[in-house]
Write a protein that binds this ligand. Sequence first.
Ligand code: PLP
Length: 423
Amino acid sequence: MGADQSVLGPPAPPGSLSDLDVQRLRQDFPILKEKIHGKPLVYLDNAATSQKPRAVIDAISRFYSSENSNVHRGVHLLSQRATEEYENARIKIQRYINAADSKEIIFVRGATEAINLVSNSYGRKHVQEGDEIVVSAMEHHSNIVPWQILCQEKGARLRVIPMNDRGELLLEEYEKLLNPKTRLVAVVHVSNALGTINPVRKIIEMAHQNNVPVLLDGAQAAAHLRLDVQELDCDFYAISGHKVYGPTGIGILYGKADLLESMPPYQGGGDMIRSVTFEKTLYNVLPYKFEAGTPNIAGGVGLGAAVGYIEQIGMENISVREQELLSYATEQVSTIPGLRPIGTAREKAGVLAFVLDGIHAHDIGTILDQDGIAIRTGHHCTQPVMDHFGVPATARASFSFYNTREEVDALVQGLRKVREVFS
Ligand code: PLP
């Protein structure tokens, strides 16, 4: 059953997602009934990718079963239907993040492509030799490497906002980094490795006082926090669909219209042009200027269904539920001897990363897997974070609203078993 017909009915008031509601919502996710090594799946790898509700699976299946056609170019009815579905999805996403206009929503492959789009287009146009780009010490590689490539090409410099041992950014150090050479600040909203929710409003305010635009990497935040890009006043915001209950291979770049208007295209091809001759090409209007080639139409439709599903549950309810789970899990794992949490910021979303004395993270993950418990182990594409904490890897449990206290208990029991195996 999709959320449209969910027992929840109209969106519930904030904070009222009961255990019973969660049990019912779990029915929306077919994969949660899977058995792994004969045990019920305990899926605690939501920061890597979230599971998909029936509403999303059905929307994709319906699209391919009765609407599939190419968009924007057809006069026939099926193409018009496909175009309408795809463009409706854009509007749903616009509402989800409260963008001022749907032309500010660019469909891309995911957060990685969104960031690469900005570095290739905005960056190439505005960054010159001696300029500086500011990132933070807790970035995912996808918000480091594109800027490094740009800096190498242009002779520019990457500056890094340091963090403390809780995994919180040092804003007084950030202030010192902002100067007339700064061209862009690119910072993660919620860290995938630490769970830290960064004070992005303050970060943006400080950058804007220096006339510097800000890109937020919202790959994690979009699934856990209510978003309002106008209230945040961010200039760019990157989202991956697969982390917000949507399909893989689709995401969005939000950009303020005036910035996007001023930027050159990222890729050339069909759909992004108004007219082409061998002498000259005129580019299409927003958002199409940045959407070269046949897009991931079914992906867009699926992502539209995903944000509709989240809205039906209510993001406030999701946030409260996940905070409860995180507090419970943090408390419970603290009883495991030799466990050191990595990432203890005061403001955190549903990520619990840790190391266990003398036991490699991969061994923890492998033993838990035998009991059907899926967590992630490794550097989480944040090697500088691992370097900061002096560890090669961490084990990371990450939560969604559909997780339960019983699943947290299973994790804790699994970790006790890991200890026994290695004792
Ligand atoms: N940024 C953060 C904080 C992430 O957690 C991830 C993925 O884990 C990404 C960026 C990259 O997302 P994707 O691989 O979906 O493009």
